[in-house]
Design a protein around this ligand. Structure first.
Ligand code: SAM
Ligand code: SF4
Length: 331
């Protein structure tokens, strides 16, 4: 391995999130409008070969953890085979997947065999009618079956619930109950303004209100120590099989220990969720740049990584106005 990737605040970057498509079979209210978004053309996507080359370059700089996300990663043809190859890259120690879990069930044996470490599953309610209202599609049964199958295979499961005022906040307690009886982490996420302009954000459920809700409904749960690099802070109790977490994604309380990079489906490198893309990797991959040249460019943008999401937003001059969908970023 060459020198590790370290930014000017001393944060070591060792984790990359690759969004391999912006397409999705669902239309979650908080992510994209029902009519979809302006999906990118296939040739504009990074190919699997290009992503594998990038992984090898990054692994050489100490990026040892990779998460595959999207859009919905399982809608891209060949994604399980791609993940298998990526996992075999020298220097990659762990592979993770973020998915809506409506299409995963037939692939779970394969994902277990390739050594998938954990899966984050978007699930915002256990109520069938509200699942349909939020995602605009059927699929709750497939999600629940996949959760149990992942657990049977010994793959760690986290559930991501975006909490929305008047939409699914009545489901907080029933979602958290899942963690009492199953060894899973249920994470309550603040809604962010990346919804492809489907609606204006009403940031009512901030992390403080979420904490109050946990304390009121489940007083036995106690706050755990936070791991550096984690975005969720968790609560647990010995009588519970799993635990619960809060992700202050909009309030941005965790930037101080950020250890991650993001690659968008079209190959923009993001050093912060709130930047607009700081390096066009696709251009470098296609203009004959060598691995060493790409490495140097990545090092330069990482060195200049903003202190936190507020600074990144200011530099991107978005002033809080985000028109893109989370499906074009990867979450
Ligand atoms: N399709 C996969 C899924 O839903 O898990 C992966 C991509 S999705 C964009 C990644 C994560 O982003 C999901 O956990 C989803 O809940 C979260 N997400 C999407 N839009 C969001 C928003 N506006 N605010 C907060 N989280 C959001
Ligand atoms: Fe699709 Fe995931 Fe966005 Fe929902 S959150 S629309 S499942 S990409």
């Amino acid at each position: 391995m060459s020198q590790p990737l370290i930014d000017k605040y001393g944060r070591t970057i060792e984790y990359v999130r690759m969004a391999i498509t912006d397409r999705c079979n669902l239309r979650c209210y908080y992510c994209m409008p029902e009519c979809g978004i302006d999906f990118v053309k296939r040739r504009e996507l990074l190919s699997y070969e290009e992503l594998e080359r990038l992984m090898a370059i990054m692994a050489g700089m100490g990026v040892h953890k990779v998460r595959i996300t999207g859009g919905e990663p399982l809608v891209r043809k060949g994604s399980p085979e791609f993940m298998e190859r990526l996992k075999a890259t020298e220097g990659v120690e762990s592979m993770h997947l973020t998915t809506n879990a409506t299409l995963t069930y037939p692939h779970i044996d394969r994902l277990a065999e390739m050594g998938l470490s954990s899966v984050n599953i978007s699930l915002d309610t256990l109520d069938e009618a509200r699942f349909l209202a939020i995602t605009k599609r059927e699929g709750l049964d497939q999600v629940l079956a996949s959760i149990d199958a992942f657990l049977e295979k010994g793959i760690r499961v986290k559930l991501n619930m975006v909490v929305m005022y008047g939409v699914n906040d009545m489901d907080i307690a029933s979602m958290l109950e899942l963690a009492r009886n199953k060894p899973i982490e249920v994470r309550l996420i603040e809604e962010m303004p990346f919804n492809g302009s489907s609606h204006d954000l009403k940031p009512h459920w901030n992390f403080r209100k979420l904490e109050e809700s946990i304390a009121m409904n489940f007083p036995e749960l106690q706050k755990d120590e936070m791991f550096p690099g984690a975005t969720a802070y968790t609560f647990s109790d010995d009588s519970w099989k799993g635990n619960v977490g809060i992700i202050a994604a909009f309030s941005r309380t965790f930037c101080g220990t950020c250890n991650r990079l993001r690659i968008t489906p079209t190959g923009q490198l993001k050093v912060c969720l709130y930047d607009n893309g700081v390096l066009d990797l696709r251009e470098l991959l296609r203009d004959g740049s060598t691995d060493a040249e790409i490495e140097a460019r990545i090092r330069a943008v990482v060195a200049a990584k903003p202190k936190d999401g507020f600074e990144a937003e200011k530099l991107a001059e978005t002033s809080g106005e985000h028109r893109e969908s989370m499906a074009t970023i990867g979450g």
